[in-house]
Ligand binder design. Structure first.
Ligand code: M6P
Ligand code: ZN
Length: 192
């Protein structure tokens, strides 16, 4: 369905409310059931998969020209929480430790949670107008803390790659929770 895209000048239309990218070279959706490892409350997770009919929690559309050092796309994260823990991406380091990324929020609100190799935590607020710089070798996970879809444009080197192993194995140090109607960052008790 998607054609290969050559590295020629191009204006790509991005809908900042829906995350649609046109033309696009690829697209995937992440349903809740694929993300069991990342949430703390497994009972709430299993319940949500069953009762909410395994919703799509986020989707990614990309524009990846062949033979280019740049590609970009959108991530659209739907609002919600699992036992109080807001919808989030898996989170990853880049396979290439010398390559960072940019996230430019188009709509919605969230938190970009970053963690360095030695366990330092930083956050960047995600809201329209904020362009987040993700330095090389910082793990990054985006979290929708609002009630609307969180849509952001990302730009990266296609060679950067995704290294999910670390984060899936030991989690990140912090979890972002809905507590008493507010947004709170707490220690991840399962962190090893
Ligand atoms: C951003 C980018 C993508 C990433 C996506 C989902 O859009 O960083 O490269 O794949 O978020 O995040 P994850 O792969 O960690 O689930
Ligand atoms: Zn990345």
């Amino acid at each position: 369905m998607h054609e290969p895209i050559s590295a020629l000048p191009m204006g790509v239309f991005i809908d900042g409310l829906t995350g649609a990218v046109n033309p696009a070279s690829g697209h995937y959706v992440k349903r809740l059931s694929e993300l069991r490892e990342i949430y703390q409350d497994k009972a709430a997770f299993d319940h949500a998969v069953r009762e909410r009919d395994d919703p799509v929690t986020y989707e990614v559309v990309e524009y990846r020209p062949e033979n280019s050092d740049i590609y970009f796309g959108t991530t659209t994260m739907y609002p919600g929480d699992i036992g109080g823990e807001f919808h989030m991406t898996r989170g990853h380091f880049h396979a290439r430790r010398d390559m960072g990324e940019v996230y430019y929020t188009q709509s919605g609100t969230g938190i970009l949670l970053l963690e360095s190799r030695n366990g330092e935590t930083r956050t960047v607020e995600m809201k329209p107008g904020v362009c987040a710089f993700i330095p090389p070798d910082w793990a990054h996970r985006s979290i929708n803390t609002g009630t609307e879809p969180l849509v952001f444009v990302w730009v990266c080197n296609p060679l950067a790659g995704h290294d999910y192993g670390e984060i899936l194995k030991r989690g990140m140090r912090k979890r972002v929770m809905k507590i008493e109607g507010g947004v709170k960052m707490i220690d991840n008790i399962a962190y090893v």
